[in-house]
Design a protein around this ligand. Structure first.
Ligand code: F6P
Length: 347
């Protein structure tokens, strides 16, 4: 049995822990052969592969990034792409393919199974935590930890200068990082894609604090939150109109737009920090290492038991197999009750 593994989409702390767990479980528990595919689906189309053995995955558990490399290539956007994927899988002698990614990468894995009968198994990865079917994705805990530390640091400088500080975090369609780091870091207002909130409402929270003698405020905004004015003006703030092969524009800029408007409306000096890829880089937290390891072990077991078109998922404290198709069908957004918890601390 030859098991191939690839990573797709944005990188994420914990990817190497999955590769290590899949490789060790396949080799040590089942006697399988394991092959790494470089740079996501692009590597499958280009037959860019290398063997994975116990030494290849030694000393990578704690390392951020991915030894496999990643890309946002979508085989379904290439003429003859899925057919080429199928041909290469046959040519290279792969019996199963473990895809580690978010909704885009896993959407491809699901279609390759449904439409081409390719033996795919999924592992959920994204710092955004917006994938259905699993309670959490790995990488999210690390991102929240980094964002929380950043908010803590921003707190002290905000206080020294009596400033409003806006912190822009990642999160395209779901505000998980913003809400969790905002709760943990004590944000005075949080903007997410799920709950529309006007610039004027944010300014009210700042003013409420000023009225009770608090001279600084911290505002956390997801990159995917809309810029909304009381007048009804509403826009998505983007860094570039260029779209990737899954049709996503590059987000970014809500922090700066918000910062300018807050300064103008409240008269408070305001500064903006965009955390960007710092949230995705570096070593995973112990929680992410453990979750990624459990997902990897489960994925190998799912290959052993031929659970094709399925994804390893966290359900409560258990790791279960769920349908890939179901998992990619809809975005997992932040529930209103969690937002309401955060809201109690606004202003
Ligand atoms: O999907 C994960 C993510 O980090 C998003 O939060 C963010 O919008 C996007 O990737 C950034 O992508 P890139 O690294 O291609 O700029």
């Amino acid at each position: 049995m030859n098991v191939a593994i690839l990573n797709g989409g944005g990188d994420c702390p914990g990817l190497n822990a999955v590769t290590r767990a899949v490789t060790r479980t396949c080799i040590r528990e089942y006697g399988y052969q394991v092959t790494g595919i470089r740079n996501g689906w692009r590597g499958l189309l280009e037959a860019d592969i290398f063997p994975l053995d116990l030494n290849a995955v030694s000393d990578i558990l704690q390392r951020g990034g991915t030894i496999l490399g990643t890309s946002r290539t979508n085989p379904f956007k290439k003429e003859g792409g899925p057919e080429l994927a199928l041909e290469n899988i046959r040519k290279l002698g792969f019996d199963a393919l473990i895809a580690v990614g978010g909704d885009d990468t896993l959407g491809v894995a699901s279609r390759l199974y449904k439409e081409y009968k390719i033996h795919t198994v999924g592992v959920p990865k994204t710092i955004d935590n917006d994938l259905s079917g699993t309670d959490y994705t790995f990488g999210f805990d690390t991102a929240v930890q980094i964002a929380t530390e950043a908010i803590d640091r921003i707190h002290t400088t905000a206080e020294s200068h009596s400033r409003v500080m806006v912190v822009e975090v990642m999160g395209r369609t779901a505000g998980w990082i913003a809400i969790m780091s905002g709760i943990a870091g004590g944000a005075d207002a949080i903007l997410t894609p799920e709950v529309p909130i006007t610039v004027e409402e944010v300014c009210d929270f700042v003013n409420q604090r000023t009225a009770r003698g608090k001279k600084f405020s911290i505002v956390v905004a997801s990159e995917g939150a809309k810029f909304i004015r009381k007048t009804g003006e509403e826009k998505e703030v983007i860094a570039s109109e260029e779209v990737d092969e899954f049709g996503h524009v590059r987000l970014g800029g809500i922090g700066n737009a918000l910062g300018k408007a807050i300064e103008k409306i409240t008269g408070h000096e305001t500064r903006v920090t965009v955390l960007g890829h710092i949230q995705r880089g570096g070593t995973p937290t112990s929680r992410d290492r453990i979750l990624a390891t459990r997902f990897g072990v489960k994925a190998a077991e799912m290959v052993k038991t031929s659970q094709w078109g399925m994804m390893a998922a966290l359900k409560g404290d258990d790791i279960k197999a769920v349908s890939l198709d179901e998992a990619v069908k809809k975005t997992k957004t932040v529930p209103q009750e969690l937002y309401d918890v955060a809201r109690i601390f606004f202003g």
